[in-house]
Design a binder for this molecule. Structure first.
Ligand SMILES: Cc1cc2nc3c(=O)[nH]c(=O)nc-3n(C[C@H](O)[C@H](O)[C@H](O)COP(=O)(O)OP(=O)(O)OC[C@H]3O[C@@H](n4cnc5c(N)ncnc54)[C@H](O)[C@@H]3O)c2cc1C
Length: 301
């Protein structure tokens, strides 16, 4: 179905929020990939609901993008609408041991707000480069912590833009890099996080320790989407890839990181096709070597 800028303006979305032919390399941490026909920033819940109703009625493909740190758009044109949540969704408020944060708040900022208010329990997320919404979709986690451990409620809008829901932690069905959002397609607008009172210096020291660890182990100097593959039931993806002799393997501008074999990095001019081909090559080689099929963690659109 045809999309139309005037129709979208009539929904109450400012013209300057409507972008056409946008390179998704700018909006994804891989710094690679195709072009979205439309990228629309919604400033508040009303605009989000109106846009969701419009895409539903017109049967237009659409995808909500957070920080783009777990996404790769195939080369070519995405004939749909990429939706981004604007400033209204970046608010973070702290009351006692509870933080209410908008869905597009970066996890690092929530972590900093927790630390500034002597709240502990969010240090694990300080170096995850995603937004709260994307983090909830993936149940993001690191160094023994996951969002599952700290979330008490999630506010969301139904995919047709008609209804608002509040999910309890249990209803989010959190599992390893998985949550109910991957099935019900709800759009998160904000969430409530409960932490524990702690010592400011200890919290800051923990964040520094985890940052140092991350920087020493991960190829942070190159664009990537973090761990390319999920942790398989048997072993660790990075170890299996290294044992298959794939460290440094290159397709075009994409490479299995020499520093951490679990990461595929963009050496500078990788296309999405290079990255996808390398993902397949790694999967097939590891499968031939071990019988284990690695499942990508990065979402390919
Ligand atoms: C260098 C690097 C290190 C990383 N380290 C880690 C790590 O330690 N642990 C970890 O778990 N991950 C890690 N990641 C992966 C990534 O940061 C996480 O998966 C993060 O949670 C993704 O959030 P995002 O906002 O970037 O989501 P996006 O990539 O923008 O989107 C991911 C999915 O979430 C959906 N989504 C986004 N916002 C919403 C919303 N408001 N409502 C509903 N659905 C939404 C999108 O539609 C998409 O399907 C790393 C990535 C990089 C690049």
């Amino acid at each position: 179905m045809e999309k139309n800028v005037n129709d979208i303006i009539e929904l109450g979305i400012p013209k300057e929020n409507i972008n056409t032919n946008v390179s998704m390399a700018q909006y994804t941490s891989f710094r690679a990939g195709g072009t979205a026909e439309y990228l629309i920033v919604v400033d508040d819940k009303t605009q989000l609901k109106e846009l969701l109703k419009y895409v539903k009625i017109k049967c237009i493909d659409h995808l909500l993008v957070g920080n783009g740190s777990d996404l790769l758009f195939r080369d070519g044109i995405y004939e749909g609408i990429v939706i981004k949540l604007g400033n209204e969704f970046k608010k973070i408020t702290v009351k006692g041991d509870v933080i209410v944060a908008g869905a597009s708040s970066p996890l690092s900022k929530i972590s900093a707000a927790a630390s500034d208010n002597s709240l502990m329990g969010f240090e694990f997320a300080s170096g995850i480069p995603g937004s709260l919404g994307g983090g909830l979709y993936m149940n993001a986690g690191a160094y023994g912590g996951e969002l599952k451990d700290v979330i008490i409620a999630v506010n969301a809008i139904s995919p047709d833009g008609k209804n608002e829901y509040v999910f309890s932690n249990e209803n989010m069905e959190f599992e390893y890099r998985n949550s109910a959002l991957q099935r019900n397609k709800m759009i998160v607008t904000s969430a409530v996080i409960k932490l524990k009172k702690g010592e400011k210096e200890e919290i800051a020291a923990k964040i520094l320790e985890l940052t140092t660890k991350r920087n020493s182990k991960q190829p942070v100097d190159f664009p990537s989407a973090g761990s390319t593959f999920k942790r398989p039931k048997q072993g660790y993806a990075a170890q299996l890839i290294e044992e298959a002799g794939l460290k440094g393997l290159t397709v075009g501008g994409a490479q299995v990181s020499q520093k951490h074999a679990g990461f595929i990095i963009n050496k500078g001019k990788a296309t999405a096709t290079d990255i996808i081909q390398l993902i397949k090559l790694v999967q097939n080689t590891v499968y031939d070597n071990t019988g284990i099929m690695l499942e990508p963690e990065v979402r390919i659109i």
